[in-house]
Write a protein that binds this ligand. Structure first.
Ligand SMILES: C[S@@+](CC[C@H](N)C(=O)[O-])C[C@H]1O[C@@H](n2cnc3c(N)ncnc32)[C@H](O)[C@@H]1O
Length: 251
């Protein structure tokens, strides 16, 4: 994907410097917004005053913790959260989130780890940068989100390589790949789609995850995803209404 770094209109000197630094780090071109002519299929990484966003073919992506905030509110009002249930956390674990995406689930998991940590991997450079920078610079209106993001460490990596190379062990390993049969109902995932890695998780990957996990491996997929036929999980939980299941392996 061709990528260009720019700023929003009428940028401050600070924004321009940040954009230049980002372009150098990514080894891509910086073009000042005034001189920018964007082409189809090209991704723009835009340094704004308060965040970094990506724009491609009219689709815009930026970091926001709103989904984590909704899910935590639902849990507090007594609703079940199948991800949190499936991880069975005590609060001091190290959790490897293989597919960080917009980081909503990483934030929710980190909230339940007051003495633990989430290591988040993301293979899309654009998504990784937007979320890493967003988490670092956002002015949070909720204290618990501000605290949770401090317990998340992010790496640009393909989890398929990472899990095969790492010498580390994690208490839990979680993977939430792009769905095999997308539903297009989630606006957050729809924004992610043009920038995301669409690779699927396979049985070999899960076997490797089992080797590096001390307690649990959890795989999220839609109920009609073939992974639930291809892999024999210890149990699968989730609500039939949402159409999403969490396949759980207890180590
Ligand atoms: C469905 S989204 C994850 C959403 C995430 N759980 C959240 O709460 O926002 C899947 C993400 O995983 C990333 N991804 C897919 N395959 C990957 C791989 N092999 N290694 C690392 N990241 C991957 C995609 O780029 C995408 O951002």
């Amino acid at each position: 994907m061709r990528m260009i770094v720019t700023t929003s209109h009428k940028p401050s000197r600070q924004q321009v410097l940040r954009a230049l630094k980002l372009a150098k780090r990514l080894n891509v071109k910086y073009v000042s917004r005034r001189h920018l002519v964007s082409r189809k299929g090209e991704a723009l990484l835009i340094v704004e005053s308060d965040k970094i966003s990506a724009l491609k073919d009219g689709k815009r992506l930026f970091f926001h913790p709103s989904l984590a905030i909704i899910r935590r509110a639902n849990i507090r009002s007594g609703e079940r959260d199948y991800l949190i249930e499936s991880l069975n956390l005590r609060g001091n674990e190290r959790v490897l989130d293989c597919t960080l995406g917009l980081g909503s689930e990483a934030i929710l998991i980190a909230h339940f780890l007051p003495n633990g940590k989430v290591i988040g991997l993301e293979n899309s450079t654009l998504i990784e940068i937007i979320v890493e920078e967003g988490m670092k610079h956002m002015k949070y209106s909720q204290k618990w989100v501000e605290e949770a993001v401090k317990r998340i460490e992010i790496f640009k990596a393909d989890y398929k390589e990472y899990i095969r190379k790492t010498k580390e062990k994690f208490d839990c390993v979680y993977v939430d790949p792009m769905f095999e049969h997308p539903s297009y109902n989630s606006s957050a995932i729809n924004c992610l789609r043009p920038f995301a890695d669409n690779s699927t998780v396979d049985a070999n990957d899960i076997e490797i995850m089992k080797r590096i996990a001390k307690k649990r491996v959890v795989v999220k997929a839609r109920w009609n995803d073939s992974i639930f036929e291809r892999y024999d999980f210890d149990h699968v939980i989730g609500s039939p209404k949402s159409g999403i299941g969490y396949g759980v392996i207890v180590i």
